[in-house]
Structures are given as structure tokens and as C-alpha cells.
Design a protein around this ligand. Structure first.
Ligand SMILES: *Cc1c(COP(=O)(O)O)cnc(C)c1O
Length: 456
């Protein structure tokens, strides 16, 4: 190791940030309001409260409060797996022969295996404080359901998870982790809800979708006294909770006297990228600094790079609020890629507005090149990365190789969201060379855009 920067920069427990950051307070162009799917008018707090937790709703609608205190109980829980160190990827740099300095922030050091626990505990805490009995949610790949199960077990809340049926069958181990934490896991579509029975009648033998699981979870929350629905990405509140990631990175960089040049994260619904990048984007909005920020998405589900900035439904069943966001259309079904956490048709309204205003760039990458990057990362840095995280690794490697060409030494910050232990089927395909890349055609997208709602 040539220079003085440690392989891992640790913060101490009392250096964990005690507030979350709300970038909307620094945005001139605020994200457009959520709309009620029935009236297509801006959603009020009163309309949100029967479905979602009250305190979270206030955070959702708050465009002005810049800092939110992290409740002491949540901070205490964070200490089980935070602060996460900022790691200099010396061995990856050496393998690439790049003059760039690569730093990664690994969020997979907890049993759920991803950053999602940062928001799960915050949301479960609000549900508990409100005196609720339990929460409902959906899970696709399973990371969010696992994180929420852990948080609910810790706080003594009941947790009902609707898991997309094909994942339920393909990822039995994830299901068992959730059940071990006491969650009730139902494959979706199921016969436990009206909407589930309806979908089963219309499409017998369907293996489900995220949009359908959302619709079931919302129905159960509304119909069961003492329950509310919670969501693991896309919403403003989730992005705010995830800023713990970027705020810790800022503190660690300060400690070693370094400044970020390029910040790279994968984008599914936008929560980890928003959490990593918005503290830095805040500096840009306030005119204090400049950074290059890159969102990386799968070429099979390219919301930023090929989507439209428009109002759209967040679920296939069209019972959830509408958000103005980069979207491929709520009826768009991305092809079966292994990065389950990146297969959502839309994108965080906050990130969508910031992207529209030119504060960061986006790139779409193909699955096999993502796994090549994952393999190199695993072999050099030792961590087996999640397929989602590996999208960001791909672009980090590409940027580091550009530095090699130009001879520039840039500081690259990579958001490494999770581990790939439950994705070994995907690694198996990669190792067997049977993995393929699917891209939606222009016609696929046009057909989906044609079904976007018309908002006056
Ligand atoms: C869910 C998930 C993502 C994508 O979600 P965002 O809300 O875009 O952050 C990325 N990586 C991992 C490991 C995930 O579990």
C-alpha cells in the first residue's frame, strides 16, 4: 500500500450521524406532489393516514425541514451494524492498474444483507410508537422483507410479507430467514385477499409480480385494524432514512482529509443512491462543491436512461398514489434479470427531479458485464457482492479505467449495497456461461408509455 490512507476508515459509535438529511429543503424545484389514485388530486395527510404510518407521512410531505433527529432507539439499533467503514479498494485498484482511488461503503454487514435495514428499523419504530399491532409489505428479491422482519422482531411488531410467488419458490432460504424473525410470509398472488383472488381467477398459474404483491399488502393493511403498509424504497421518507450512508461517508472523508470526485450507486427505486448522494448533492445545490454523480441501472429496466418523466402509478394494480417520476410505465414488466432489487418500473420522485434538473448522470449496464465486474470485485476485495450492487461496481471499474487512460487520479466513491449470498443461482448461471442479456425494444417501451395516465 503506497499511500497513507488506511484500508478501512472507521467512525466511532458516537460519530454516527444523529440526524437524517432532507435534500428537498435545499431544492429550488421541489418534487411534484403525490396524487390520490381516485381523485388525481394531491394526496393529503388525512388520506395517507389510514394506509401509512402517521409520522412517516409527515416526513413524506415535508419539503422544508432540512434535518430530522434520529430517535435514540433507532440510533441504538443502528449500533448493531453501524457505522459501516469506508474502505479503500487498494486490491481492486492494483488489479486495474488505475491511478484512481476507489473507496467503497459496504452496507451488507447485517443479516438482511443490504442497506434496507437502515429504513426498516426507522419505519418499524414509527409504527410501534403509533401503537400499531403490525405492518404489511411486499418483497420481490427478499432483502426488504428480511430487513423489515428483523426490525419488527426487535420491536415486537407483527409483520406480514407478501412475497412475489416466483421468488418465494426460488429463494426458500430468504423465506426461512424471514420466518425465523417471526414474519408471516405469503406467496403472492394469494387467496388471502380480494385482489389476489381476482388476479388468480384472471391469470391462473401466474408467478406474480411486485406490483401485484404491493396491491395485496395494501389491501390487508387497510382491512386489518391496527395495521399499516410500509414500503422499502422510492418514497421520500426512505431516501431520508438512507442518508445515514452518505453522511457517514462525508465524515470518513473528512477524517482522512480527502474529497470525493465521482460518486456511483445503483438505482432501483433510488433509496441507496439517494441516501449516498443527496448529502453531496446538497452541497452542490448550496453552491459549496461540485461532484460527478452516476446512477447505474440495469439495461433491462432503464427508468432514467430510457424512461419518461411523468406522473405514473407506483403499482400494477393502480391502487397506490401516483408519483411524478422517471418511469417505464406501471404496466411495464421487465424481463427476468437477477438484480431483483432493480426491477421497479419507476424511480424516487426526489431523484427524478434532481436528474431532470441535471444534478447527476445515469447509465444503463448489461447483466453479463455486471457479473464480470462482480467476479473481479469478489476476487480482489473478498466481498461477494449482490447483483444490484454489482451494477455500481461495473461503472466504478469503467471510470477507474478511464482514469488509467487519462492518467488522472480521481477519488471514486462506490455505494456497495449488499451481499450476494442469496443470489447464487445467478452466479451459477454466470459461471456456467448460460446468462443472457435482455433489453426492451423501442416498441416494448412505446406500448408501455401509451398506457401512462393522462394528468391535466
Ligand atoms: C433493494 C436493493 C437495491 C435497490 O434499491 P434502491 O432503493 O434503489 O436502493 C440495491 N441493492 C440491494 C442490495 C438491494 O437490496
Amino acid at each position: 500500500m503506497k499511500d497513507k490512507i488506511p484500508y478501512k476508515t472507521y467512525l466511532s459509535e458516537d460519530e454516527i450521524p444523529t440526524q437524517w438529511y432532507n435534500v428537498r429543503a435545499d431544492m429550488k424545484n421541489k418534487p411534484a406532489p403525490l396524487l390520490n389514485p381516485g381523485t388525481l388530486k394531491p394526496l393529503s395527510l388525512e388520506e395517507m393516514n389510514p394506509v401509512f404510518c402517521e409520522e412517516l407521512n409527515r416526513m413524506e410531505l415535508d419539503n422544508d425541514t432540512k434535518w430530522f433527529d434520529i430517535p435514540q432507539d433507532v440510533l441504538d439499533f443502528y449500533k448493531m451494524f453501524r457505522p459501516s467503514p469506508l474502505t479503500r479498494a487498494y486490491f481492486l485498484e492494483r488489479a486495474l492498474g488505475t491511478p484512481a482511488h476507489i473507496y467503497y461503503k459496504f452496507e451488507g454487514n447485517n443479516t438482511s444483507g443490504s442497506h434496507k435495514l437502515n429504513s426498516a428499523i426507522a419505519q418499524a419504530y414509527c409504527a410501534k410508537k403509533q401503537g400499531l399491532k403490525g405492518v404489511t409489505t411486499e418483497t420481490g428479491a427478499g432483502q426488504w422483507g428480511t430487513a423489515l422482519s428483523m426490525a419488527c422482531a426487535f420491536l415486537g411488531l407483527d409483520c406480514k410479507v407478501y412475497m412475489v410467488k416466483c421468488s418465494y419458490e426460488q429463494k426458500p432460504f430468504r423465506r426461512e430467514v424471514m420466518r425465523t424473525y417471526g414474519a408471516n410470509v405469503t406467496p403472492s398472488p394469494s387467496d388471502t385477499t380480494e385482489i389476489g383472488r381476482q388476479i388468480l381467477a384472471e391469470h391462473p398459474g401466474t408467478t406474480g409480480s411486485l406490483g401485484c404483491a404491493i396491491s395485496e399488502a395494501v389491501e390487508v393493511a387497510i382491512k386489518t385494524p391496527g395495521y399499516r403498509y410500509v414500503l422499502g424504497s422510492v418514497l421520500n421518507q426512505v431516501l431520508i432514512h438512507q442518508t445515514i450512508i452518505g453522511l457517514e461517508v462525508q465524515k470518513a472523508l473528512q477524517k482522512i482529509g480527502e474529497k470525493a470526485d465521482i460518486i456511483i450507486g445503483c438505482a432501483g427505486g433510488g433509496s441507496n443512491l439517494g441516501g449516498l448522494a443527496t448529502p453531496f448533492i446538497g452541497e452542490m445545490l448550496r453552491g459549496e462543491a461540485n461532484y460527478r454523480i452516476i446512477a447505474v441501472e440495469p439495461a433491462s429496466c432503464p427508468s432514467f436512461t430510457r424512461g419518461k418523466f411523468a406522473y405514473d402509478y407506483c403499482d400494477t394494480g393502480r391502487i397506490c398514489p401516483l408519483a411524478k417520476m422517471y418511469t417505464l410505465g406501471s404496466q411495464f414488466i421487465p424481463s427476468a434479470s437477477h438484480a431483483g432489487g432493480l426491477r421497479f418500473h419507476g424511480m424516487s420522485p426526489i431523484l427524478s427531479q434532481l436528474y431532470h434538473d441535471g444534478l447527476f448522470e445515469a447509465r444503463a449496464v448489461e447483466q453479463t458485464s455486471v457479473f464480470e465486474a462482480a467476479e473481479l470485485f469478489a476476487r480482489t476485495e473478498g466481498i461477494l457482492p449482490a447483483p444490484e450492487s454489482s451494477h455500481a461496481i461495473r461503472t466504478t471499474i469503467d471510470e477507474a479505467l478511464k482514469c488509467k487512460e487519462s492518467g488522472e487520479s480521481k477519488n471514486i466513491i462506490l455505494g456497495l449495497t449488499g451481499t450476494g449470498y442469496f443470489d447464487l443461482k445467478a452466479y451459477e448461471q454466470y459461471n456456467n456461461k448460460t446468462m443472457s442479456d435482455f433489453l426492451p425494444t423501442e416498441e416494448d417501451l412505446a406500448a408501455s408509455f401509451a398506457k401512462l395516465p393522462v394528468i391535466k
